[in-house]
Design a protein around this ligand. Sequence first.
Ligand code: FMN
Length: 356
Amino acid sequence: MPWPPLVIKEMELPIPIIQGGMGVGISLHRLASAVSNAGGLGVIAAAAIGLERIETVKDLRRADEEVLKEEIRLAKEMAPGKPIGVNIMVAVTNYEEKVKAAIDAGADAIISGAGLPLTLPQVAEGKDVLLIPIVSSAKAAEVILKRWWKRHKRLPDAFVLEGPLAGGHLGFSEEELVEEKVPDVFSILEELIHLTDKWRIKTGYKIPVIVAGGIYRGWEVRRAIEMGAAGVQMATRFVATHECDADVAFKEMYVKAKKEDVLIIKSPVGMPARALRTSFVERMLKGETVPVRCPYNCLKPCNPKKVPYCIAEALIRAKRGDTENGLFFCGARVYEVDGIYSVKEVFEQLKREYEA
Ligand SMILES: Cc1cc2nc3c(=O)[nH]c(=O)nc-3n(C[C@H](O)[C@H](O)[C@H](O)COP(=O)(O)O)c2cc1C
């Protein structure tokens, strides 16, 4: 059985796979355009994207929007006629301005999590762009549905359902994650499909659900689709591709990673996050700090006066290949990454496994 296309309103992708947005320089125009050219949806992540051009967070406010627009323009140039998504976390400062900038620059979809994107329909009103919230529970999806419908008579064009095995900041408590108390993504999927069925009866539109977090193999894509999902979102696997925008040392960290190297840390901005054990992480766990001079405050929950280190600077050091001082976000199954491939090869493997 061949895999079905992923259809979200008028967008039809031959491959039912979205590449998860990866902030602070990991998914930029090179990776996003390669994924879209191959038939999936490539996604540029907006978080602290301005650090591409500047060394420290000092001038980030100005650089962020300029670089975001430039990256979208470059991705569109490299993938002509193909859709490009933009991941903008609700937790970023000037969220609404960034959404507007991305839409002006031609983004085809805005994908937003790390908070509930309650203002998104208003910011994107009248624009031809898909609005896709990321949720970690059916309950969060219901809050969004009710609010968007009541205030704007609008539904999300799709949902990304991100489970507990995802990389980066996570929508569960640290305790739930460490003690593995969270249900797996497939059981949350059942609840969410049930909810979207109810809303289909009410409104006539069946909201497609895209499953994320720990999806690595073609048979897992198949399981998601057989359970009623429209597709999957994958991030960690796309880091270990030639086209990923991170330094090759970042990709090699993934290839070398073992199960015991994967940690849940408390990010300086309060949310739990999944990252690789590096000497930087060990130093921070011991209580060391790195002085922060930040005039910008790129994430709303961050208090630069109180945090032990600047997360954006730690992440950009990782992106640039500083294995000693970088913070390397990763998904729970990163230790299964066994080499660096092209995006096309990753898709070919997944397709073979799906069909088998
Ligand atoms: C290095 C890295 C950075 C990430 N950055 C972001 C981000 O900026 N915004 C976001 O919504 N999700 C972010 N994520 C989550 C991914 O988009 C994705 O949903 C998740 O990692 C999927 O799980 P997988 O990595 O197991 O495939 C990040 C994940 C990784 C691995």
